[in-house]
Write a protein that binds this ligand. Structure first.
Ligand SMILES: [Zn+2]
Ligand SMILES: [Zn+2]
Length: 134
C-alpha cells in the first residue's frame, strides 16, 4: 500500500501538521483506524505532559486582586504579583532593576532576579499565559 504525506489539522491548536507517509505506514501497521488528531506539540503535551507541567497553585495578586496561577507554592504571608503588576514593579523608576525580558520558560530565573533586587518581596510570574513561538 502506498502512502503519501497528508496535511491534517490539529483539533487542539488548529494548526496544520503533516501526517507523513512514514507515520501513515506506522498507523497502518498498528491497524489504527483514525488519523492523528493532534499535532506533534499537542501530542507531546498530552502524552508526556510536556515541559509546561509543573505544580500550579491558584492565588490572588496582592496588588490588583486578580486571580492568577503560579508555578510553585507561594510563601505564606508574602505578596504575590500577577504578571502585569510584576511588569509595573519593574518599570518603577526608583528601583535599580535591570531590564528583564518578558519572562519566558525561565520564570525561575526571573523570580531570582526579582528577589535579588526586591529582597522583601517575592515576585511571581505566570508564564503559561505567554504565547509560545507558534
Ligand atoms: Zn496542536
Ligand atoms: Zn496584579
Amino acid at each position: 500500500m502506498e502512502f503519501s504525506d497528508r496535511t491534517l489539522k490539529c483539533i487542539d491548536c488548529g494548526l496544520e501538521f503533516v501526517f507523513t507517509a512514514g507515520e501513515q505506514l506506522f498507523f497502518h501497521d498498528k491497524q489504527f483506524k483514525n488519523d492523528p488528531r493532534h499535532c506533534k506539540q499537542c501530542k507531546a503535551k498530552r502524552t508526556k505532559g510536556g515541559p509546561k507541567v509543573r505544580p500550579e497553585t491558584r492565588t490572588t495578586c496582592s496588588e490588583c486582586r486578580a486571580e492568577t496561577t503560579v508555578p510553585f507554592k507561594p510563601t505564606q504571608g508574602r505578596p504575590v504579583l500577577c504578571r502585569s503588576c510584576f511588569q509595573k514593579q519593574l518599570s518603577k523608576p526608583k528601583q535599580a532593576v535591570e531590564p528583564i525580558p518578558i519572562p519566558g520558560p525561565s520564570a525561575v530565573d526571573v523570580q531570582v532576579a526579582a528577589e535579588d533586587s526586591q529582597a522583601e518581596q517575592q515576585t511571581l510570574v505566570e508564564v503559561d499565559s505567554i504565547p509560545g513561538p507558534n
